[in-house]
Write a protein that binds this ligand. Structure first.
Ligand SMILES: [Zn+2]
Length: 128
């Protein structure tokens, strides 16, 4: 019988081998870092496929000389319910402010709605 829970300082890849699990292939846009360092995997764990963050910095006009004061991070993400799941959930656009724990995951339509509203407001601001 294969263990359901492994770890003991082993890498994620070594743990997956011990669990007898081969992850389904990543989507083309995934950077492949699903688990980070020092992880203990259980076969019921889920994980995200993700891209690297695109980051827009320097959003606080009071600290214009320090671009790290406020920023927005955007990436693609797709949740997989369990390590051995056959399918992943549809890709979402993740939006985080100041690397906060909370993020919003947007459907492609929601991302387009927000982008359209940002463009609309940007055009008004430029015309002002
Ligand atoms: Zn992936």
């Amino acid at each position: 019988m294969v263990d359901d829970h492994v770890g003991d300082g082993r890498t994620a890849k070594e743990q997956l081998t011990a669990l007898g699990i081969s992850l389904q292939p990543c989507p083309a846009w995934c950077t492949g870092d699903h688990f980070g360092d020092d992880v203990v995997l259980d076969r019921t764990d889920g994980f995200h496929h993700t891209t690297d963050d695109s980051e827009i910095k320097g959003l606080n006009r009071l600290f214009a000389d320090d671009p790290d004061v406020q920023s927005v991070q955007v990436r693609l993400t797709s949740w997989v319910n369990t390590l051995d799941a056959a399918d992943r959930q549809p890709a979402r656009v993740s939006l985080t402010i100041d690397r906060a724990v909370e993020e919003v995951e947007l459907s492609p339509q929601q991302a387009r709605e927000i982008a359209a509203e940002l463009v609309r407001l940007a055009e008004i601001a430029e015309a002002d």
